[in-house]
Write a protein that binds this ligand. Structure first.
Ligand code: TYM
Length: 329
């Protein structure tokens, strides 16, 4: 039977190459393999302070980039999380089946709140994984394609689903996280020991950066004093990151990428070749993005997607309400 795939992106900042390699680049492939649902996690975006206008613009951007990356809205579903109220409703129910200790152990929660006083941490950042579990469980999905940083959340979703099924009988499909073999964690160009994230203007390649800027960022990426292009994430994190980016965009293994550069002993030449590949891919993506934005194609896609998503989500929610003992409307 065809598998059900689901994944989401949070509109908290500008999309970057990590998001592209981690998720967007795979859209065409998974769309051929199964039923796909893609959404914009705008409820999740409120977990950290954000201006309303920024949230709106970021959400439109993500919709356009999903489409630019190959999402076919006649085949797959694209929607905004806030427009399918079943997510919030299931959240209210499922929050009772995860424990404070489990949520406290989430790496993302610990990272995002490490330097903040408890009195100014919103509760939403703590309960974030519950809503994420609801996103996944509402659609009976088997596979959740994500970057490595989200795997822990999918694991917790499995724990929650299993716990609920054990208590009330078979209700949820148990999902599995799917990460790329190459490019499961793209690192910052300015500090390759840190993940590329939406809030790192120096180390990020933003999908909307002009190609000149992208080239400049790659040419000045932090590397090391040597001259060998080899994959060694511990001792050569910068070179290894650039090799991963190259391999991923060329759809080859890291070994093949290393082999390609085995006679290259000038980092400048290596970086130029990486920049060529990135600029070619992102250039094409940007052309499609501009066309979709100008023609407002995303509006139609989101409208169709919302209705399809609601139908599926409502079915699951009804099933859950019945299981826990709510009286049918
Ligand atoms: P978000 O918005 O932080 O990131 C979107 C996707 O991009 C991946 N990603 C990366 N992959 C490789 N290298 C990187 N440097 C990198 N940075 C980000 C992320 O792993 C993610 O797959 N919680 C999610 C959004 C979400 C979700 C869901 C995802 C909400 N509900 C349900 C899947 C299923 C998030 O904040 O992703």
């Amino acid at each position: 039977m065809a598998k059900n795939y689901l994944t989401g992106i949070k509109p908290t900042g500008k999309l970057h190459l990590g998001n592209y390699i981690g998720v967007l680049k795979n859209i065409k492939k998974i769309q051929e393999e199964g039923n796909c649902i893609f959404f914009i996690a705008d409820l999740h975006a409120l977990t950290l302070p954000i201006e309303p206008e920024t949230l709106k613009q970021n959400s439109i951007d993500i919709a356009c980039f999903y489409l630019a990356a190959g999402l076919d809205y006649n085949k797959s579903i694209l929607f905004l999380q806030s427009q399918v109220s079943e997510h919030a409703e299931l959240n209210a129910i499922l929050q009772n089946y995860l424990y404070m200790g489990e949520l406290s152990r989430m790496t993302q929660f610990k990272d995002k709140t490490a330097k903040t006083n408890n009195n100014s941490i919103g509760v939403g950042i703590f309960t974030y994984p519950i809503l994420m579990a609801c996103d996944i469980l509402l659609y009976n999905c088997n596979v959740v394609p994500v970057g490595e940083d989200q795997v822990q959340h999918v694991e917790l979703t499995r724990t929650l689903a299993t716990r609920f099924n054990n208590r009330y009988g078979e209700t949820f499909v148990i999902p599995t996280a799917q990460v790329n073999k190459v490019g499961k964690r793209i690192m910052s160009l300015s500090d390759p020991t840190k993940k590329m994230s939406k809030s790192d203007p120096k180390g990020d390649i933003f999908l909307k950066d002009d190609l000149k800027t992208i080239r400049k960022k790659i040419m000045s990426a932090v590397t090391d004093l040597g001259d060998e292009v080899i994959y060694d994430p511990i001792n050569k994190p910068g070179i290894s990151n650039l090799l991963t980016i190259y391999a991923s965009l060329k759809d080859i293994s890291v070994e093949e990428a290393c082999n390609h550069f085995k006679d290259c002993h000038r980092y400048g030449d290596f970086k130029k070749e990486v920049a060529d590949v990135v600029c070619e891919e992102i250039g094409k993506l940007q052309e499609r993005y501009n066309f979709i934005l100008e023609n407002k194609e995303y509006l139609k896609a989101l409208e169709i997607g919302k209705n399809k998503a609601k139908l599926l989500a409502n079915k699951t929610l009804k099933r859950v309400k019945k299981k826990v003992g709510f009286i049918d409307e």
